[in-house]
Design a binder for this molecule. Structure first.
Ligand code: CMC
Length: 427
């Protein structure tokens, strides 16, 4: 196979090297395009643009494959726990027992959040969206942990990583507790990462905390499935912000904002709101299928379609099974779930959806599980953010260790040409 790509423009030929990834993906390296041919590439939404070479996550949208550091998502969701997966994503290898124990202990040691942070949280109205609150609190953490990370020091890098992993669940829990007017609390060192998070979120004053193990297992699985997804909108944001050498906390805070949008992580909330809306409207799924296909109607079937998965979303397959288990195990019957099943069936048989390869994505089912676990709708995307935290850290760390240049795309200017300036009275 040729290792060069040739571009011909106005009778001149330009050669560019082709980079091949370990799974056979090919990329034309156009680094010299502008200097040699005076052109740039134009690719709205970066649909065909590779922004980096990365060894963290591999996905094949056509075949429905997702792997973290070479391990199949199906194996990880079945056999690993969230902290093991976090370690794998960030440091590249699964931890042995000693490494995992140390990692957990170091994270626990960093789980205190400065009391002053409570004042910041207090300043938000109860109606504030938890994602906005979480992004602000994460950004505010910088003030209480001001040292910028020396990326050449493995020790400093490690410290920053366990700090954010330790403090983030506290911020997540506080965000919910503020919303529910519950006193702000701290975790319990004797519990695992996910159970501790659950306890911090739901423990009520004066009441004994109890949780079914199946709830913790389902939550753990959901967090693993969301832990990374290569160069998506929020991971690219984290890399972009970090590429200016802004710190880890600032980069993560930006990632949270990117995730909030309904076309990205906010879809899990949008799915439940859509299903509730259909229920209140009388439950006619066919009517909403028609709306989704009508180009004059802005309505989209939330939880369907994906930028890269064009056959099925492997995460959706795992989570669908998990949704059935959790709902069955907890004996939950939910009319919204029946509407979801109806929509899914119709969409999978509908020409519009089949031709455009629009299948249920991970967020079609995750919202249903979160709801069954008693997590309020507005917190769904916050749960996604917690799951995605290791991925963001891994992407940021890889980018900084590789000494990537600052991210700065170009554009094709299509605005006005030079115009004469007229003072205000003459316009
Ligand atoms: N409902 C109806 N039509 C759709 C949908 C949908 N959910 N998604 C895509 N289409 C149509 C779209 O109108 C377009 O039609 P046409 O070719 O006739 O113009 C075609 O399918 C291609 O869509 P696109 O918007 O160009 O595709 P994209 O790759 O830019 O967008 C997407 C991917 C996920 C933003 C989009 O499918 C969508 O908006 N889905 C709903 C939101 C959602 O569920 N997002 C969660 C993604 S999974 C979580 C995550 O990883 O962040």
């Amino acid at each position: 196979m040729s290792d060069k790509a040739i571009l011909e423009y106005q009778g001149k030929k330009y050669e560019f090297p082709v980079t091949e990834g370990t799974e056979g993906e090919l990329g034309i390296n156009i680094k010299t395009l502008r200097s040699e041919a005076g052109m740039i590439t134009l690719d709205r939404g970066y649909k065909n643009t590779g922004s980096c070479e990365s060894a963290i996550t591999f996905l094949d949208g056509e075949k429905g494959i997702l792997r973290y550091r070479g391990y199949a998502i199906e194996d990880l969701a079945e056999k690993a726990d969230f902290l093991e997966v976090a370690y794998l994503l960030i440091f590249g290898e699964l931890p042995n027992k000693e490494q995992l124990d140390k990692f957990s202990a170091d994270i626990r040691d960093e789980s205190e959040v400065d009391e002053e942070m409570k004042k910041i949280l207090d300043g938000f109205p109860k109606s504030a969206h938890p994602m906005g609150v979480l992004s602000s609190l994460t950004s505010a953490l910088i003030a209480f942990n001001p040292s910028s990370v020396n990326v050449d020091s493995e020790e400093e890098m490690y410290k920053a990583i366990v700090k954010i992993l330790g403090k983030f669940p506290v911020l997540v829990a506080w965000t919910l507790r503020k919303k529910n007017s519950l006193p702000l609390n701290y975790g319990d060192d004797s519990l695992g990462y996910v159970e501790n998070l659950h306890k911090m979120m739901f423990e009520k004053p004066g009441k004994k905390y109890n949780v079914d193990q199946s709830v913790i297992d389902a939550l753990d699985k959901l967090l693993i499935l969301h832990a990374d997804h290569e160069q998506n909108c929020s991971a690219s944001t984290v890399r972009m912000v970090g590429s200016s050498h802004a710190g880890l906390f600032a980069s993560i805070s930006a990632g949270i904002s990117a995730l909030w949008g309904p076309l990205h992580g906010g879809a899990n909330q949008a799915v439940i709101e859509m299903l509730e809306g259909i229920k209140q409207d009388g439950g006619d799924t066919h009517k909403f299928m028609q709306k989704a296909k009508d180009k004059e109607d802005p309505f989209r079937l939330m939880g369907f379609g994906h930028r890269v998965y064009k056959n099925f979303d492997p995460r959706a397959k795992i989570i669908k099974k998990s949704a059935d288990e959790v709902l069955g195990g907890l004996g939950i019957e939910d009319p919204v779930l029946d509407i979801a099943k109806g929509l899914e069936k119709e969409a999978l048989e509908d020409d519009y959806f089949v031709q455009r390869k629009l299948y249920p994505n991970v967020d079609f089912y995750s919202g249903i599980i979160y709801r069954a676990l008693g997590i309020p709708v507005e917190m769904f995307t916050v749960m996604f953010a917690l799951g995605r935290l290791p991925g963001w850290i891994a992407q940021w760390r890889e980018m900084r260790l590789k000494k990537e240049p600052i991210g700065r795309p170009r554009q094709i200017y299509v605005g006005a040409n030079l115009r004469d300036f007229k003072v205000v009275g003459e316009r």
